[in-house]
Ligand binder design. Structure first.
Ligand SMILES: Nc1ncnc2c1ncn2[C@@H]1O[C@H](COP(=O)(O)OP(=O)(O)OP(=O)(O)O)[C@@H](O)[C@H]1O
Length: 235
């Protein structure tokens, strides 16, 4: 077995708000491997975003270990986590967070200007099928197109890892399929290790591996011997 890209062991996360404690993760152990497309399913509140945020260096666990290759993420300081995110991780969220006053090209360029070895902006937009729309502002693009710009922005710095939290959550099915096709293509073309959180079990058919969370734990894991393509999905 190859060395995992991510290795997490017995992760817990407790949020405290005044007197109230919420145990968002209650002992998560998981390995993710280079080039995998993994879907993380689970009910609202089961801990999916918390886990994604810890893997992405946006948050730190309360206890347990989490490694990205030889980067120790548990106990890392803000500076190290910022550098880790900048060098290795692309994020895609439910809401695209594009800057309204910048064109699609300029939104992606914001990232390529500070990355070490970025792909050309036009190539990033072409890989999500938006080369013709580079001069459009977000308000001139559909929700699905805006999300594809967000994916182009996330991949333009050639991250090793793409972490996607409900990337189709705000989209209708037909539009969501095009966004998923873009994620599938990025995973295939660049070998980007991809983790997608969704409530939608149908989307799990795209994955190499499907993890299910409940109540702060991983409670199930399946592997798709035959993966569906995005075009075959409907919900
Ligand atoms: N910053 C925070 N402060 C306090 N509690 C939090 C915080 N973030 C998450 N939680 C709580 O931790 C638990 C897990 O939340 P999380 O967002 O990881 O779940 P989720 O599975 O991603 O849910 P959803 O599908 O609704 O996004 C929930 O009970 C949530 O209310």
């Amino acid at each position: 077995m190859t060395t995992p890209t991510f290795h997490a062991s017995d992760l817990t996360k407790t949020y405290r708000a005044g007197e109230v404690e919420v145990q968002a993760l209650r002992g998560v152990t998981l390995d993710l491997y280079a080039g995998e497309f993994v879907v993380l399913l689970g009910a609202s509140g089961s801990g999916k975003s918390t886990l994604l945020n810890i893997l992405g260096g946006l948050d730190v666990p309360t206890s347990g270990e989490v490694w990205y290759r030889d980067h120790r993420l548990h106990g890392a300081g803000e500076r190290e986590l910022t550098q880790y995110r900048r060098e290795h991780v692309g994020f895609v969220f439910q809401f695209y967070n594009l800057i309204p006053s910048l064109t699609a090209h300029e939104n992606v360029a914001l990232v390529t200007e500070i990355a070490d070895d970025p792909m050309p902006v036009a190539a990033a937009l072409a890989s999500v099928g938006l080369e013709e729309r580079c001069d459009h502002f977000p308000a001139q693009l559909s929700g699905g197109e805006q999300q594809r710009v967000a994916i182009a922005r996330a991949i333009a710095k050639r991250p090793d890892v793409l972490l996607c939290d409900e990337p189709t959550g705000a989209l209708d099915a037909a539009t969501g399929v095009r966004v998923l096709a873009a994620l599938e293509k990025v995973n295939r073309d660049y070998g980007t290790t991809t983790l997608v959180i969704t409530h939608n079990a149908d989307i799990a058919r795209l994955a190499h591996r499907v993890l299910r969370m409940a109540d702060g734990r991983i409670v199930g894991e399946t592997r798709n011997e035959v993966r569906a393509t995005a075009a075959e999905l409907s919900w």
